[in-house]
Design a protein around this ligand. Structure first.
Ligand code: HEM
Length: 112
């Protein structure tokens, strides 16, 4: 299950970059399709994460990991949408990088 969780978020990160590249390149249709696949992976990340953490739901660090996971997903979506609309994304990038670094640290340091 851990393996599935890592695979899903790793693929999601790649798709996220692909969406940004396609958007910047003006390939609206490709970006849209890739965004939809990316959203499917968001669901898979949450499902595999919940499966991993369900038995630990009373542990504060796990709750933090899960909430932060959803925050990271939210930030990816905000960056993708704002890039498409041509709005500023700097604040979201900073938050995203901080949250991602912290969640990677938290994920790998949690006991499972
Ligand atoms: C982009 C978002 C996410 C990233 C980058 C991420 C990253 C990670 C990493 C690096 C691990 C450690 C894997 C290992 O120990 O081999 C992990 C484990 C875990 N993740 Fe996530 N995760 C994300 C989203 C989520 C979400 C949304 C949830 C729950 C709803 C979640 C719940 C968990 C749980 C419960 C574990 C097991 C922790 C343990 O090792 O004991 N994650 N995640």
């Amino acid at each position: 299950m851990t393996h599935a969780h890592i695979s899903t978020w790793a693929i999601a990160l790649i798709l996220f970059v692909v969406v940004l590249i396609l958007t910047k390149a003006g390939k609206a249709k490709g970006a849209k399709i890739t965004s939809m696949v990316l959203r499917l992976f968001y669901i898979l990340i949450v499902v595999t994460g919940l499966q991993l953490g369900w038995g630990w739901i009373t542990n504060g660090q796990y709750v933090l990991k899960m909430v932060l996971g959803i925050v990271v997903i939210g930030l990816m979506e905000m960056i993708a949408v704002r890039t498409r609309k041509g709005k500023p994304t700097v604040v979201f990038w900073v938050l995203f990088i901080v949250a991602l670094a912290y969640i990677l640290h938290l994920g790998f340091s949690l006991p499972m």
